[in-house]
Design a protein around this ligand. Structure first.
Ligand SMILES: [Zn+2]
Length: 146
């Protein structure tokens, strides 16, 4: 049974997460404008919603984005990140185009996300106990209410 208190905490927590997502998304756009300003119009990209996952993955996403930016500069290729989100417990990092090295790197980080708790960033694994698949550490699997 989920209590009213738990429901209320969940709602407050969601609001906090949305705020953090937006802040993190804004930081990515600020630090790597060439990857996110979609032909000078951010509205054409889905990054207006920020990174659509929980903060545990932010460091990994930032690291990936830095590497994508470096390779794109090195290879003189125009790559743009269209959307970053969680799906079926794993990271999805959508780009509109990229060299083989960039695609390989993105694939490597998407695989890596299945071993990192999306909530706190500690080692985790996929949790199938509830309706949604999520990658979580032992603590967050236990505390999970939905
Ligand atoms: Zn965790």
């Amino acid at each position: 049974m989920v209590t009213d208190k738990e429901r209320e905490d969940y709602s407050t927590e969601r609001k906090e997460i949305f705020k953090k997502r937006k802040e993190f998304g804004d930081k990515l756009v600020k630090d790597f404008p060439e990857l996110f300003i979609y032909k000078d119009d951010l509205r054409k990209s889905l990054m207006q919603y920020g990174a659509e996952c929980q903060p545990g993955w932010f460091p990994m996403i930032y690291e990936l984005t830095k590497k994508v930016s470096d390779i794109a500069k090195r290879d003189k290729t125009e790559t743009q990140v269209v959307q970053i989100k969680e799906k079926f417990g794993g990271l999805r990092y959508y780009i509109n185009s990229g060299t083989y090295d960039i695609l390989k790197l993105v694939g490597k980080y998407e695989d890596k996300s299945y071993k990192i708790c999306e909530v706190c960033g500690k080692p985790g694994k996929i949790d199938e106990s509830k309706h949604w698949l999520r990658t979580l550490c032992a603590k967050h699997t236990k505390e999970r209410i939905r």
